[in-house]
Design a protein around this ligand. Sequence first.
Ligand SMILES: [Zn+2]
Length: 156
Amino acid sequence: MSEDLSLDDELVIHRPEDQLNAMYPLQHYGLNCIDCGAALVLKRGRFGIFYGCTQFRETGCEVTQNCHQNDAKPYGRPASAKTKAARKEVREWVERLLTEKHYPTLPSVYSWLREELGTQDKEFRLSYFDEATCKRVTAAVKHKLGELTRFDREVL
Ligand SMILES: [Zn+2]
C-alpha cells in the first residue's frame, strides 16, 4: 500500500542511512527485534525507509518494522519473514475483493473484516496483523469470494 511521497519524505529518503540513524535513534521508540532481540536500524529499500534487524547479514534475520517516510516514526507491528509472507497473501486476496468490486474501498473491506472476525481492535490494519490474524483474514476473504461465486451461479 504505497502512498504518494511529499517533498519532506524525499528529503528523509535521500539522506544516507547512517545520518538517518543519528537523526532517529530507535532507542527513542524502544523497539528491538521480535525474533532475536537485536537492535533494529533504519535501512532503505525499494519502497523507502524501514527498520531492519542488525543481525540480517550475520544470521539472515529478516525482521522489519514499517515507518513513516517523513519522520521515520514506526507504525504497525514488526514482522518476521513468515509474517510478511502472510501479510502479502492478505494483500493479494483483499485486492481481489476490491478489483472484483465486492467492496468499493479499502476502509469498507476492513469494516467488513472487523465484523467478520468479531474484533474491536482499533489498530486492525494490515501493518498490525500477526500471522494468526493474517490466516483468519485470508480464510474470511476466500470464503467471501467462494460464497459470491456460488451466489452468482444460483442467479445464473
Ligand atoms: Zn533479528
